[in-house]
Every structure is written in structure tokens, then in C-alpha cells.
Design a protein around this ligand. Structure first.
Ligand code: NAD
Length: 493
């Protein structure tokens, strides 16, 4: 296995200035996978200076979009060529089942390809005339890279979340410092190897691993960083925004959620169950947009719960590398303990435990939990309102469309929302009433690189993916010219 005890800064593998390291463990058996370099503010300073020099003096922002796109395509190819190896690494680091990791890594390569296309298109769309009411002037709007970006990502989709920031930043012409989550740093370091093999100029992509409190905070506070892109929890997002306010850094935040799924009684119940399960058990429920609150029209409520419990009990739990496993261990002890605490809290709050709720009896090591279904969850309970970030779904009945929409929107979050009914007019109506950034009709969770991704309310600021993702890394400049032959004539008559 490759070594992970160095950072990638300015096109070189370098050791931490203070010699720090931390361990990365496999959540399926708590065995040590790797020793990872642990950074400090000094390491971040070196990385930011490298990115600054690459941006201010280097070739990267001055290349055409097509030239930058060619590098992105090489990175995509490099990821695809190592898809199985990278997927295996993510299973070991995060615990997710191998087929899910293969899907994520495939999407990661796809994200680099997508932004390679957008980089090419940017050449033709970089400057756009602006019609002015005063015909003595002509004006254009020009899009330029924002500068040096700092990206901080979580552990649930390690390489994919990194690509959502790195690919558009590179396409735009920015230089970047990436900090992966300490739980899952390995594929970010592999991304550096792949970018290096692709010949990316020195300083364009820099990876510093280590804790949020030191490395993350240093990136956030560094005056050489122009833009911060963060995915993670609401409290850390808030702290990042406060730090960014210090010197007015541009910020995009992708935060948590408690995403509702409204299921009307005329729905195909088998399909509803499939999408509930895909929405909450995929990636062990460690998904920001997870379908964690389900509202079911009363006449379908008990039959749906019975079938959901039946299917949920069939889910094979185990090491993500084992064939047929659909639910791996939670990422670490912290996440495991927190999810168990949430389950106890749900029971105390009077929710009905339909199935799950415990550690699977046949697994004595690793952070495994049964997929869990709660019904009759009180609307004012903690588990109905707060993000658990584990394989736990909360369900309630409703009687009217009005009540369902109101309950769905009654949250401080607004990331995802979904509706299911055979009545498409009703679906379209409800979709427009949801206060959420991502709305699914007759499905829940499929994610597309082309479409905008992000949240309303406390789920974040800004949108990633699609053209919106590229826009995060571009400034808009106005260039206005005085064309008239007449002197301006205000002071000098
Ligand atoms: P987290 O906020 O604790 O950590 C996220 C990242 O921030 C990590 O890299 C961490 O090291 C870093 N960090 C921690 N403290 C920091 C600080 N003071 N300054 C700078 N960086 C700091 O979240 P997590 O536990 O890693 O991830 C789970 C959370 O992320 C959930 O709440 C989930 O909803 C959210 N999430 C959201 C999305 C989305 O797209 N909206 C995607 C994935 C995860």
C-alpha cells in the first residue's frame, strides 16, 4: 500500500513541518489502515503560498479552458484506471459496501469529465456583451477565476466530495488547497498522485491532511485564500462563515439536512419502499440529503410499515468487501455512539420501534448497527428534527396534502425533499411548495453532476455541481468603454 505520511504541496511530497501524524482505522474491525500526516498552521501557510504563487505567476489561470480541460480529462482517466483500487480504499476507510464505492469513484471520474467540458465551453462564454441604456458606452461582463480556493470536505463520500470542489475550481482556473476529513484522507492523497501523473503544474492542487481544528481552521483564516468551499456540519459551517467574515472571503457551504419524503396513498407501495430504503440505508444513512423523515398518507401507513420492516430485516450487514453486503459499519465510534444515542432518545420520546435499533448479534467487532425504522415519531421530538446521520428513518402518518407540506417544511434544514404519487399534477404542485434545494418526484436521492446541488435555510449557501458549481469559482468583471467622440464635459467645458 502507498504511504500516506506526507502532504502534496507545490507538486512535491513533503513531510509535516512538526512531524505530526494520526492513525486511520478500518471501521469494520477497528484495525489500523494507515498512518497519515497531520498538518499544522505552518504547513497550511506553505501550501497557501504555493497556491498563491501558482495563481499569481504560474501558467494555470492563463491557460485556455480547453488546455485546462485536457488536464481534467487526464485526471478522470487516471481515476477510472484505478477505480477498483480507489473503491477498495474507500471501503476500508469509510466502511461503505464495495458496489457503492465503485459507484462513487465512477461519479468522481465523471465529475472531472463534466468540468473538463465546462472548461472548454468557458472559452466561448468568458466575455458577454452587456446592453447599456446609454449608447455612448459599450460594456461587457467577463468571468475570471476567483483565485486561491480552500476546500474542506467530510468523510461520507471522501473522493466524490473532493471532486465536487476540486474539478470546478481547476476548470475555472483557480488553485486549490484541499483538506480531507481526518477519518478518510487516503483517496484525497491518491487524487494528488493522479493529478501529479497527469502533469498538473506545481502548486495548482495542494493537499494537507489533519484535524479540522488546526488544518481546517488555518485554511479558513489564511489571508492568502480568496474562497472557501465547505461541506460538513452546521456548527462547523457557521464557524467557517464567521472566520470568513474577518476578511470577507467568498464562501459556499453544503451542510446538513433532515430531508422529508411525502408518500401519497395512491403510490406504488413497493416502489415507495425501495426509494425509502435507497434514501436512508445507502451509504449507511451517512448522507447529507438522506431520506430521514417520511410522511405517509394514513390509509397506506400500516401496510407500508409492515412491508418496509420485512424488507429492512433482509438487508445483509457486514464488511463492505463481502459479496451481497448492503450495509457496512458506521464510519467510526463517534458516529456509532451518536446513532445509538439517537435511537435511545427516540424510544424515550415515545416513537414506535418497528425494526432494528441494535447492534447485529452476529458481528462482535466493528461499528455495525441494524437498519432502523421508527414510526409514530412525535413531530416535536429530537429524532424527528435533528440529523442522525446513520441508518435510522423516522415515519409519521398524515391526512391531507396541506398538512404533509407544512410538516415537511417545518424544519431548520432545507436540503432535499421528495414526493411520491401517481397523480403527477399533485407531485408537481407539492414539489414547488417544498422549501428545499433538491426535490425529487417519484424517487429519492439520485444525484446528477449536471444539476444544481445545495440547500435552503441552514442546509447551506450556494449550489455545487452543474454550471452553478463552476460559477462558485469565478468572479465577474465589468469592462466598460467610453465610445463617444464628444468630450465628457463635466469639469472641462
Ligand atoms: P464536520 O463538520 O465535523 O467536518 C467536516 C470537515 O470540516 C472535516 O474535514 C473536518 O476536519 C473539518 N473541520 C472540523 N472543524 C473545523 C474547523 N473548526 N475549521 C475548519 N474545518 C473544520 O462534519 P463531518 O462529521 O465530517 O460530516 C458530517 C456532516 O456533514 C453532516 O452534518 C452532514 O449533513 C454534512 N454533509 C453535508 C453534505 C452536503 O452536501 N450538504 C455532504 C456531506 C456531509
Amino acid at each position: 500500500m502507498n504511504r500516506y505520511d506526507q502532504f502534496y504541496i507545490n507538486g512535491q511530497w513533503v513531510s509535516p513541518l512538526n512531524g505530526g501524524s494520526f492513525n486511520s482505522y478500518d471501521p469494520s474491525d477497528e484495525s489500523l489502515i494507515a498512518t497519515v500526516a497531520s498538518g499544522s498552521a505552518e504547513d497550511v501557510d506553505v501550501a497557501v503560498k504555493a497556491a498563491r504563487a501558482a495563481f499569481d505567476e504560474g501558467p494555470w489561470p492563463r491557460l485556455s479552458g480547453a488546455e485546462r480541460g485536457a488536464f481534467l480529462r487526464k485526471i478522470a482517466d487516471g481515476i477510472r484506471a484505478r477505480q477498483e483500487e480507489l473503491a477498495t480504499l474507500e471501503v476500508r476507510d469509510n466502511g461503505k459496501p464495495f458496489p457503492e464505492a465503485m459507484w462513487d469513484i465512477g461519479d468522481t471520474a465523471g465529475c472531472f469529465d463534466f468540468y473538463a467540458n465546462l472548461a472548454e465551453e468557458l472559452d466561448a462564454q468568458r466575455e458577454k456583451p452587456v446592453a447599456l441604456a446609454d449608447d455612448r458606452f459599450s460594456s461587457l461582463a467577463r468571468r475570471e477565476p476567483i483565485g486561491v480556493a480552500g476546500a474542506i470536505v467530510p468523510w461520507n463520500f471522501p473522493m466524490l466530495m473532493a471532486s465536487w470542489k476540486v474539478a470546478p475550481a481547476l476548470a475555472a482556473g483557480c488553485c486549490i488547497i484541499l483538506k480531507p476529513a481526518e477519518q478518510t484522507s487516503l483517496t484525497a492523497l491518491e487524487l494528488a498522485r493522479i493529478a501529479d501523473e497527469a502533469g498538473l503544474p506545481a502548486g495548482v492542487l495542494n493537499i494537507v491532511t489533519g484535524p479540522g481544528s488546526s488544518v481546517g481552521a488555518a485554511i479558513t483564516a489564511h489571508p492568502g485564500v480568496d474562497k472557501l468551499a465547505f461541506t460538513g456540519s452546521v456548527p462547523v459551517g457557521s464557524r467557517i462563515m464567521q472566520a470568513a467574515a474577518q476578511d470577507i472571503k467568498n464562501v459556499t457551504l453544503e451542510l446538513g439536512g433532515k430531508s422529508p419524503f411525502v408518500i401519497f396513498a395512491d403510490s406504488d407501495i413497493e416502489q415507495a419502499i425501495e426509494w425509502i430504503m435507497f434514501g436512508i440505508f445507502w451509504n449507511k444513512g451517512e448522507v447529507c440529503s438522506a431520506t430521514s423523515r417520511v410522511l405517509v398518507e394514513r390509509s397506506a401507513y400500516e401496510p407500508l410499515l409492515a412491508r418496509l420492516a420485512e424488507e429492512t430485516r433482509k438487508i445483509r450487514i457486514g464488511n463492505g468487501m463481502e459479496e451481497g453486503v448492503l450495509l457496512g459499519p458506521l464510519v467510526n465510534k463517534n458516529q456509532y455512539d451518536g446513532t445509538l444515542r439517537a435511537i435511545s432518545r427516540g424510544l424515550e420520546e415515545g416513537a414506535r420501534l418497528v425494526c432494528g435499533g441494535e447492534r447485529p448479534a452476529h458481528l462482535d467487532k466493528g461499528f455495525y448497527l441494524q437498519p432502523t425504522v421508527f414510526a409514530d415519531v412525535p413531530e416535536d421530538s429530537w429524532i424527528w428534527n435533528e440529523e442522525i446521520f446513520g441508518p435510522v428513518v423516522c415515519i409519521r402518518p398524515f391526512d391531507t396534502e396541506e398538512e404533509a407540506v407544512k410538516s415537511a417544511n417545518n424544519s431548520r434544514f432545507g436540503l432535499g425533499a421528495a414526493v411520491m404519487s401517481k397523480d403527477l399534477e399533485r407531485c408537481e404542485r407539492v414539489a414547488r411548495r417544498f422549501r428545499a434545494g433538491i426535490v425529487w418526484i417519484n424517487c429519492s436521492q439520485p444525484t446528477f453532476t449536471e444539476a444544481p446541488w445545495g440547500g435552503y435555510k441552514q442546509s447551506g449557501i450556494g449550489r455545487e455541481l452543474g454550471e452553478w458549481g463552476l460559477g462558485n469559482y469565478l468572479e465577474t468583471k465589468q469592462i466598460t468603454r467610453y465610445d463617444s467622440q464628444q468630450p465628457w464635459g463635466w469639469y472641462i467645458k
